[in-house]
Design a binder for this molecule. Sequence first.
Ligand SMILES: [Zn+2]
Length: 256
Amino acid sequence: MIDAHIHLDDIRFDNNRGELIVQALEAGITHFIVPAVTCSRFEKLKNLSKQYNCIKASYGLHPYFIDQHSQQDIDLLDVWLSKNTSCAVGECGLDFFLKELDKDTQLFYFEAQIALAKKYDLPLILHARGAVDAVFTALKQADYFNAMIHSYNGSIQQTKGLLDKGIKFSFGGAICHPKAHKLHKLVQYIPSDAIMFETDAPDQNLYPNFREINSPINLIKIIERYSKLKQLDFIDSCNNALQVTRQFFKIPVHDR
Ligand SMILES: [Zn+2]
């Protein structure tokens, strides 16, 4: 299994990161895709990816933190991508759910990062909260669709268009909520060859433990829930997602 989206560099893991990684590896989770959120965290993430081969770093500027980004950060990201191994560009995208985040500023950083993904021929790790249409419009304008949307929650109509362009989706703890009926229908609709799984830890803990810190090991519960929703064998679900995730982030089979 690969966790397609986890913030293992987060300070909330500083005390027990090693333990959690060992626990996850023993349970069969082989890799963690860890997207950066601000320039200030690039160095730490780089060091972690050197320390743990299972951590695959992606560098980018998250829309939540636009007040911490500056225009020079785009240049810095450009230089950083030219000098360091990055499995993707992101986490980037748009968040129209939080009203205090200026839309135009978000778009500026997002479009600049799409251009960088294009420049370095890297996939995009996208955040699209309340902004699936706007994210898709930006991708269309750049004519670049090598992308995955994490913690995806769009309509079937939106999903059709994205699937046609080969965009991938990852699902996390939200699918474990017994009342997430719309999300369950969405998961059932999307073919397995477009689906990855994530914990988004330390955020998005599983129902009903929302107040606690999410853990990498919960990836298993997420895939179990998915298997039931999709009436698939657990091992088949793991294998399908493993293939999709490896291909998307170009993680070779012998990489351990
Ligand atoms: Zn994230």
